[in-house]
Design a protein around this ligand. Sequence first.
Ligand code: SAM
Length: 312
Amino acid sequence: MQPFASLNASKANFDDIYLQDDPRGYFSVLGALDYIIPDVAAPIIRQILAARKCRYDTAATVLDIGCSYGINAAVLRYPLSFRRLRRRYANADMAALSADDLARLDRHYYAGWPETGIARFIGLDVSAPAVRYAVSVGLLEAGIVANLESCAPAPRDIERIRRADLILSTGCVGYVTERTFRAVLGAMDRAPWVVSFVLRMFPYDAIAEECAKHGLVTERLAGATFVQRRFRDIEEFTRCLGTLEKLGIETAGLESEGRFQAELFVSRPLEDVQAAPLGQIVKVVSGRNRTVGTRYVRVGRGERTQVLRAPS
Ligand SMILES: C[S@@+](CC[C@H](N)C(=O)[O-])C[C@H]1O[C@@H](n2cnc3c(N)ncnc32)[C@H](O)[C@@H]1O
């Protein structure tokens, strides 16, 4: 099998934007390429978190691998989206702020939204500034700065990883391999659920094997792919299509139309899979974000249920 590093070389390199003190560069560069995986993954992750809560009766603590500036935590903990956050950071007055001032405002910004209560978040990323920002604005309860591809987790990091019961990753497999998953799974006391959105160019077999060593069965959601972003330019497009074709992956109607496509893999203990296979707990709704007029929505539960008009 081709190593991930050589597959990753087909993709454009964005290392600089992961290493800044705040997420403005991240939203500006990836936003301009319609990076949308956190938004398309969020409704699916919510369903998985709800299914896990139903089974275990507690809200999960999520370990977000490759958490970057805590964007998954933002869109899952609050009624926010990548697109909305991108607009916030694109504002000219925001561009003039220092990173410290921006973090101070962001702390208030996030605290000003009602929490979904769906999960608690800790994050792991190789970028110290990104993790520092995500913790300082309150998106992550704790952050781990480490490259588990090349180093074992420090004792302090193991203590943090141990608290998690669901491992999440979006846009990160490829940068990380089975080595990171081996280290994380090895640090955990109990079998977690593992939820990964993975570009089709990165084979998931070796990560699924690591999961199997911990008693987890991996399912791939059949019949659905998730757009990650547009290809940056013709060079990235032709390189990636070539890589996919060499792997024997049919790109027609998917990447051939100019967008990276990810698949969903979920690993769980056998008894959880038997109780409710993945296809039963996840419904993919197409067109969710394509309607623009007023909608009627039902919010709350039981006696507190209300019908509201959601503004466009
Ligand atoms: C495309 S970003 C995805 C960020 C976030 N998950 C999202 O979807 O918005 C990839 C992230 O992986 C991180 N990364 C790269 N190599 C890593 C490694 N060895 N261990 C942990 N994180 C890594 C980068 O710093 C970056 O934050």
